[in-house]
Design a protein around this ligand. Structure first.
Ligand SMILES: [Zn+2]
Length: 363
């Protein structure tokens, strides 16, 4: 039974968990579609694009299904206007013209898929199901913000280059925080340019702080630097060095991150070339699809690749291959798990000790 938005209670059914907005001026077609779609959840029908535009902001819809030919504003204009309002919402257009041009125009303005009338019911169900999943994926991805903390340029790329590429491929926002210029290992200005290039290849934003290489403390200035970035980017996942490392900057970056990221739900530690045999990972992330690009990213560190044995391509490959013995894949990056929760723990109020160091935002 159809109830139209504005005329009656509005909702047509409440079977599944989804919320579907249906815009169709032909009542017979609308009834047919609603009967099909209501197995996915609540279906709300309106015959007018103007009305749809008004109610699209009222609920967190999982799917918008709209006819193209509508009285007044047409379906293409509706989609064009909904896109910026609800960027995650998957949209399916219905074309009465079995015309490819209409479908192409709809996809161009932001629709995700189209169907031409008359419909095959199975195609409606298949597309609706896939598109609702797409909305949920986009919603989840938009909420995932990853912060990778490294003491020196190239630390995070070596430890979790593949994992970061995987995050980016999933639509997650990735931010790199490099604490020092790496001036003890090369010319700072060259290393900064290389770090910027590597971040660009990762499609990540780089925040390059100016702590002193080899003198990174585990205290106030380091905690303050990391906490400032966390306040700004609001990460849901944080990666940092393991504490099982002979380099003091790595160990101190680890300790400082744990304090600064105390309110973050997911915190993991990665290995570096100076990590000791005590490194004890329990999370193994498959990077088969990302290893080659990880190596390309690391090759952006031109000044280091020539002189650092640990940047040898064969060693990078062999390390990822070695850790695959704990997973059913070919290449793996290992992580120690500090915390892996779906909700952020209640943050203890920890004093920030001292004023943070100035942060130079390179990217
Ligand atoms: Zn390092």
């Amino acid at each position: 039974m159809i109830t139209q938005e504005g005329k009656s209670e509005g909702w047509m059914s409440e079977v599944g968990g989804g919320q579907i907005l249906l815009v169709e001026d032909d009542e017979v077609v609308a009834t047919l579609l609603a009967d099909l779609l209501e197995r996915f959840g609540r279906v709300r029908w309106t015959a007018s694009a103007e009305e749809a535009l008004e109610i699209v902001g009222r609920h967190d819809w999982d799917l918008l299904v709209s006819d193209i030919d509508l009285p007044g504003m047409d379906g293409l204009e509706l989609i064009r206007q909904v896109k910026p309002l609800r960027p995650h919402l998957a949209m399916l257009v219905l074309s009465g013209h079995s015309s490819f041009d209409h479908a192409v125009a709809a996809l161009r303005v932001g629709a995700d898929d189209y169907l031409t009338k008359p419909f095959d019911p199975d195609a409606v169900l298949e597309k609706a199901s896939a598109l609702m999943a797409l909305t949920r994926q986009r919603r989840a991805a938009a909420e995932e913000v990853v912060l990778a903390v490294g003491a020196h340029p190239d630390d995070v790329e070596i430890g979790i280059g593949g994992i970061l590429l995987r995050h980016v491929a999933q639509g997650h926002r990735v931010i790199l925080l490099t604490l020092t210029g790496g001036e003890a290992g090369g010319v700072a200005v060259d290393r900064a340019a290389e770090a910027a290039r590597a971040a660009e290849l990762l499609s990540a934003r780089l925040i390059h702080a100016a702590l002193a290489d080899t003198s990174v403390s585990e205290g106030g200035s380091t905690i303050g630097t990391i906490a400032d970035v966390i306040d700004e980017v609001r990460p849901t996942t944080v990666y940092t060095h393991t504490s099982r490392d002979v380099h003091q900057d790595h160990r101190n970056a680890h300790s400082a991150t744990l304090v600064a990221a105390r309110g973050i739900a997911r915190v993991f530690c990665y290995q570096a070339p100076s990590t000791t045999v005590e490194f004890m990972p329990t999370r193994f992330v498959v990077i088969d699809e990302y290893l080659e690009r990880k190596i390309e990213v690391i090759q952006a560190y031109v000044s280091q690749v020539k002189v650092r044995r640990y940047l040898d391509e064969e060693l990078l490959r062999a390390t990822a291959r070695y850790w695959s013995r704990f997973a059913t894949a070919r290449y793996v990056e290992p992580l120690e798990v500090v915390r892996d929760s779906h909700d952020a723990p209640v943050a203890a109020q920890v004093n920030r000790y001292t004023a943070p160091q100035p942060v130079l935002d390179v990217n």
